[in-house]
Ligand binder design. Structure first.
Ligand code: FRU
Length: 424
């Protein structure tokens, strides 16, 4: 394949800033930006495995796609260990909280299928043991490429290092279900460069992951979003006037917020197949505000670019805070400038009474937002919790200009297709 240099030899844009002033506008429990309470009586998808990040099969334009009437989702997945002596507490009871908290270290990509867009049936592991080059298979995006059922799965190969990779396979359907075949050769695409995106050598807590490829509806080119941190040694970042924004008197003290350096990264493909990528400067930075802008993704609506990303309370910087949930920004063109939705960026956060009820939200172009259940309190004091590791109720939001509104709630794990592809 011929690789042509992209036209972006030089910096094409200035990153947009999510400022401390923007983040001061974040308020938990505004009903228009708060996820309805999840009941502790939720059903679980499986007693054998935990699932968390959910990645619906889609096309390169972002449409959630079924094949021959079958919906398909990919999930980060880890075995549950109710009988493993390693996960028994001193009374011999299963320590599900510890098992759940350890899941990231053994995350594997699994898939599920359904006729109804819910009631998911487990298909199994996407890649056989030994195919993926690292211990952890972290989040990414499965893209249906054509009517032959070919799928490019972009994901993050983690430990050692963190590399954005892709693996190609095929979805095969029968009247009884779906199987995935192939997914045997993993191709490394790129890693953090230390110039635009922070490396492990610069910061042991660096983030570089969660690829989300897409075709720009305006220029027709292939790009990819990903999560990063702004390059530079840990502690060397400056939180200046631009990062602080227009704060009221008394809010100038930035504390130790220089340690929080999240960004939304972007790369452009030099080829049509998405095998050869060039990293570009971040679209959005959150230096002095937050350390993680995870699983970035777009909804293209009304000629605008709606950029969504998930973040946590614990990753906010000194002096600013907000709920775990999904945050959003909007621009008229791909490279910005981006402004925070709802003034603050907050689109759908957990209620303060159940701060960990859900996470890893994915806003789909039909306004439906899927997420997983993390933990829900089972008593009034919040000391007793029930671990989820399963799909949360889907939430409907309406996106209007620079605002969003929660408008509906649906069934657990409801991810209906937006289009169906009949395989040839
Ligand atoms: C979000 C996330 C992703 C990462 C995965 C690791 O929940 O932190 O950014 O790929 O989970 O388990």
């Amino acid at each position: 394949m011929k690789s042509t240099p992209s036209k972006f030899g030089k910096t094409p844009h200035q990153p947009s800033l999510w400022t401390r002033a923007d983040a001061l506008k974040v308020h938990a429990d505004d009903p228009t930006t708060t996820q309805p309470l999840v009941s502790a009586n939720f059903p679980v998808l499986s007693d054998e495995v935990f699932i968390w990040d959910t990645m619906p099969l889609r096309d390169i334009d972002g449409n959630i796609t079924s094949v021959d009437g079958w919906s398909v989702i990919f999930t980060l997945t880890a075995d549950r260990h109710p009988n493993d002596p390693q996960y028994l507490d001193q009374n011999g009871n299963y320590d599900v909280i510890r098992d759940w908290n350890d899941r990231h270290g053994r995350a594997k990509m699994y898939y599920w299928f359904s006729r109804t867009g819910k009631d998911w049936k487990l298909g199994g592991r996407v890649m056989a043991e030994g195919v993926s080059p690292t211990v952890r298979e972290w989040a990414g995006t499965p893209i249906l490429l054509n009517e032959q059922g070919e799928v490019d799965l972009y994901y993050t190969a983690v430990t050692p290092g963190a590399t954005i990779v892709k693996v190609r396979g095929r979805v095969v359907t029968t009247e009884h279900g779906v199987s995935l075949v192939g997914f045997e050769k993993v191709k490394p695409l790129f890693e953090a460069d230390g110039k635009m995106y922070q490396t492990e050598a610069q910061n042991a807590f660096w983030g570089f992951r969660d690829p989300w490829p897409f075709r720009d509806p305006k220029d027709g080119k292939l790009y990819m979003l990903f999560e990063g941190n702004v390059a530079g040694e840990r502690g060397s970042h400056k939180v200046g006037k631009a990062e602080i924004g227009d704060v009221p008197p008394g809010y100038e003290d930035v504390g130790n917020s220089r340690f929080q350096t999240a960004c939304v990264g972007i790369a452009v493909a030099r080829d049509e197949d998405g095998d050869d990528w060039e990293m570009l400067p971040p679209l959005l930075t959150a230096v002095g505000v937050n350390d993680q802008t995870e699983r970035p993704h777009f909804v293209f609506q009304d000629g605008k670019y709606y950029l969504f990303t998930i973040s946590h309370t614990f990753t906010y910087a000194d002096g600013v805070t907000g709920p775990d949930g999904v945050y959003g920004f909007v621009a008229d063109s791909l490279f910005g400038p981006y402004v925070p939705l709802n003034g603050s960026g907050l689109v759908l956060g957990n209620p303060s009474s159940q701060p960990f009820q859900t996470y890893s939200h994915c806003v789909m172009p039909n306004g439906l937002v899927t997420s997983f259940i993390d933990s829900v309190p089972t008593d009034n004091t919040g000391t007793q919790i029930r671990i989820g590791g399963t799909e949360a109720p889907t939430v409907g939001i309406k996106i209007k200009g620079q605002q969003t509104f929660v408008v509906a709630e649906y069934d657990y794990g409801y991810i209906p297709p937006m289009l169906d592809v009949t395989l040839k």
